[in-house]
Design a protein around this ligand. Structure first.
Ligand SMILES: [Zn+2]
Length: 106
């Protein structure tokens, strides 16, 4: 969360393994909030599309396949189990960061 804050000007999401923590933790911008997710899992996705994305870990942009709407389960910052539907840009950020957890950089 601190690293996301420090890069707020050009970064909308972080995965823990980007900063050397080999754990499945992501932090994402959701509108005006920042959301922390432990062990995020995408349960459902719909509305496949192709887009261009950039990443703090790369120069330039690459093509990525994303889904407009996703349902995600995760543990929140207090380790409470949550299942929530996201769409649009926030959904895209979550998919990008979960890819990081899986060793995929766009
Ligand atoms: Zn990235």
């Amino acid at each position: 969360m601190d690293t996301l804050e420090a890069h707020a000007a050009g970064c909308v999401g972080m995965a823990a393994n980007m900063i050397g923590e080999h754990k499945r933790i992501i932090a994402v911008v959701d509108g005006r909030k920042r959301v922390l997710m432990y062990n995020p899992v995408i349960l459902e996705s719909s509305g496949r599309y192709e887009t261009e994305e950039g990443c703090l870990s790369l120069e330039g942009e690459r093509t990525a396949v994303r889904y407009k709407t996703i349902k995600v389960s995760y543990l929140d910052k207090d380790f409470r189990s949550r299942t929530k539907q996201y769409s649009g840009y926030t959904a895209q950020i979550i998919q990008h960061e979960i890819d990081h957890c899986n060793g995929i950089i766009i």
